[in-house]
Ligand binder design. Structure first.
Ligand SMILES: *Cc1c(COP(=O)(O)O)cnc(C)c1O
Length: 383
């Protein structure tokens, strides 16, 4: 039924035969050289020059004062939430339409997620949904936002830039400022995405990136905390590296902390990947534009970057007309070797989050039923 469409998707990806993964990494630069370098130097672990180099490359690329490398995006988010003031028993506002790691990090930081709806144009947290929840269920007690019924603090708000499309940050920042709630951006999917010229992850108090194997650039596993607050950056480094006080030989630590360091081995891979980021982005963008054109005269709607934004098009997405259409297409496309996927199950439907608060989630449920992610990797490295 979808044979012609499947062939068109193959031609957008410049891949006539064989399986096309949803998003596979490409190592076409200095990866081997840099990784070998760490082995030859013996500095493969938590100390080494590639970690600092990778952090500097990230900070410069994103226009952030500090970037602190971590062992993965989930741990970076846990630390980011702590830095923004999350304490045990707090509530944290986020979207139901996100990867499970967002809510896992909130729980690991001691808090409970509240799942709110997303906007249709960005697929990111809806400022209206945030304002509605706060107006309906919360009050300001001095400078502190509290959930009226439970008395719990609403500590932080976590928008996620879905598939690399920036959320409505100005509006989110305005609502959250009114309620005195800091924003932590889950920009795990958004390396290379900008909102009105500002890099995702640098507009809230703290932001995070992920370098998992399926992200735009990879360190094998890895993540980073971004912040423009030098003191928070220093604290992020301290808390992710066992809170050790500098000394030539003594082991002195001044906090219960984490070992969330990114090994030098992984940072070496990251440095090589960062050298190719602009190239990756231009290939991904050209293919996203080709998908957009492909669906222009069809009944299905390609998810294009929101106005005023530049998306990294981490994962391209199209909205089918119904759940059954989506499922038929997914079955045919996967049979034909195309790495196509539905979006994540909304988090409020997962067993461990079923008792968390949420709003009506109308857009979330509609998008969830109809969305398909298309092959979006760089594959052969050619446009
Ligand atoms: C990838 C991802 C993360 C972090 O994932 P790690 O695998 O821990 O690096 C967090 N949030 C979202 C939305 C993600 O897509």
């Amino acid at each position: 039924m979808y044979e012609a469409l499947i062939n068109s998707i193959r031609s957008v990806q410049n891949f006539p035969d064989g399986p096309i993964p949803l998003h596979a990494p490409v190592f076409a630069g200095n990866e081997k050289k840099y990784v070998l370098d760490t082995i030859e130097s013996t500095f493969v672990s938590s100390v080494g020059e590639y970690v600092t180099r990778f952090e500097n490359l990230l900070a410069e690329y994103c226009g952030s004062k500090r970037a602190v490398a971590c062992c993965n995006g989930t741990s970076a988010l846990e630390i980011a939430l702590r830095l923004a003031g999350v304490r045990n028993e707090d509530l944290v506002l986020t979207q139901a339409l996100t990867f499970v790691a967002t809510a896992n990090a909130i729980v690991h930081a001691g808090a409970e997620p509240v799942f709110l709806d997303v906007d249709r144009d960005t697929l990111g947290l809806s400022p209206k949904a945030v304002a509605n929840f706060l107006n309906k269920h919360c009050r300001l007690e001095g400078k502190q936002c509290r959930h009226t019924q439970s008395g719990r603090r609403v500590a932080v708000c976590v928008p996620m830039h879905t598939f690399g499309h920036p959320a409505h940050m100005d509006e989110l920042l305005a609502v959250c400022q009114e309620w005195n709630i800091p924003i932590v951006e889950d920009a795990a999917e958004a390396l290379g995405s900008t909102y009105k010229g500002q890099h995702c992850g640098t507009m809230g108090q703290v932001g995070i990136l992920s370098f998992n194997g399926n992200k735009t650039v990879t360190t094998g596993g890895g993540g980073a905390v971004l912040t423009n607050d030098q003191a928070l950056g220093t604290l992020a480094k301290h808390l992710t590296t066992t809170a050790k006080l500098p000394h030539r030989w003594e082991f002195r630590h001044d906090a219960v902390a984490w070992n969330f360091r990114l090994p030098n081995l992984n940072a070496a891979l990251g440095c090589a990947q960062m050298e190719q980021l602009d190239h990756f982005l231009s290939i991904k963008r050209a293919r996203a534009k080709a998908y957009e054109k492909l669906f222009r005269n069809s009944e299905w709607q390609f998810v294009a970057e929101p106005q005023g934004c530049r998306s990294n098009y981490w994962l391209c997405a199209v909205l089918t007309n119904s759940r059954s259409e989506r499922d038929t297409f997914l079955a045919e496309a996967n049979d034909a070797g195309l790495g196509t996927r539905p979006v994540w199950k909304p988090l409020h439907t997962l067993p461990m989050f079923k008792d968390c608060q949420c709003d009506e989630l109308q857009v979330t449920m509609d998008i969830t039923a109809r969305l398909v992610n298309l092959p979006s990797g760089v594959v052969d490295g050619k446009i």
